[in-house]
Ligand binder design. Structure first.
Ligand SMILES: C[S@@+](CC[C@H](N)C(=O)[O-])C[C@H]1O[C@@H](n2cnc3c(N)ncnc32)[C@H](O)[C@@H]1O
Length: 301
């Protein structure tokens, strides 16, 4: 692939690949050299990586990545042979994930502070259920460095496509499964619901060979207090490799308690009930529109 037509200069003065254009990292206070651009590689990197992200990856001095599949890692290495550096080795069996995330933030800031145009590349959308990306940007800006994030294709985007769900029809609530359990989140069962990290619920550590799902009965109990026992739900895993099919398993809430779940699963719950319309607001809305039309007509006339 052709190299992006750019020159790398002081990042405080927005040294941008031509393709990046208006999405240059936002200057912090412009006081320091070094900058941060956070990109997403999508779920199927080969098809989902945007041209904008490619331009940044090629241009960066350092590409710190957490992509988790060998094809994506290889692609990043090909795009930036000298700068690509995996951070997935920071995970370790039984280690609290928050410790790993903080280590990733530290490594990222280390590169920015060393004056590098630093690219953090995360799979999916880099700002969706990703702590180190937001935290690195927040800290880089606080220290006066230029930092910004580009969007990517998330697993929820793939879910909408693969399950044929339009969130505009009934609305869509999205929660992290453990957060949903612990923080009294309120579900509207007339709307679609997406529960992320269903396969690691209750376990804050990293476990490559299967998470401790002892707390799953609590989630089942909560769901059964909201939905009929027979209500269909879908365990979903988007295909990571081109040419593969997604995993879509229809289950009921009870079945969540059986069997191992992949850490890559997301739970989709379709609406269980029809929403009820609000006639009072409907009439008030129409009355306001009619009044505005009358007033505007009167003014013109
Ligand atoms: C830490 S979050 C990262 C999400 C990612 N940033 C994104 O944009 O999709 C991990 C969770 O994302 C969801 N996820 C990741 N990969 C997935 C896939 N291939 N299919 C479905 N859901 C996935 C799962 O809920 C998983 O537990």
């Amino acid at each position: 692939m052709a190299k992006a037509a750019t020159t790398k200069t002081d990042p405080g003065h927005a040294p941008m690949p031509a393709a990046a254009g208006a999405n240059a990292p936002r200057p912090g206070n412009g006081a320091h050299k070094g900058s941060l651009i956070v990109v997403g590689t999508g779920i199927r990197t080969v098809g989902h990586l945007t041209m904008e992200a490619v331009a940044w990856i090629k241009q960066a001095d350092k590409v710190l990545h957490v992509v988790g599949d060998p094809v994506a890692e290889l692609m990043l290495k090909e795009l930036n042979p000298n700068g690509a550096e995996s951070m997935t080795g920071m995970y370790a069996e039984g280690k609290p994930r928050i410790d790993t995330y903080n280590q990733m933030v530290e490594r990222t800031l280390e590169c920015v502070r060393a004056g590098m145009l630093t690219c953090m590349a995360c799979y999916g959308h880099p700002g969706v259920f990703v702590y180190p990306s937001h935290e690195s940007i927040r800290r880089a800006r606080a220290e006066g460095y230029s930092a910004r994030m580009l969007p990517g294709i998330s697993s929820e985007d793939c879910l909408f496509a693969d399950l044929g769900v339009d969130p505009g029809i009934s609305g869509c609530q999205s929660y992290e499964a453990t957060d949903f359990l612990l923080n009294g989140r309120v579900i509207d069962p007339t709307s679609s619901v997406v529960l992320w990290q269903i396969g690691v619920v209750g376990d804050a550590t990293f476990k490559p060979l299967g998470y401790d799902l002892s707390a799953m009965p609590l989630l089942v109990e909560r769901l059964l207090a909201i939905y009929p026992a027979t209500h269909p739900m879908y365990l979903y895993e988007a295909a990571v490799f081109h040419g593969c099919e997604p995993v879509i398993r229809q289950i009921t809430a009870h079945e969540l308690a059986y069997g191992p779940l992949s850490a890559g699963y997301t739970l989709y719950i379709p609406p269980a009930y029809q929403s009820t319309s609000d006639p009072t607001t409907y009439y008030r809305m129409n009355a306001m529109i009619a009044a505005n039309k009358a007033a505007t007509g009167a003014a013109i006339g």
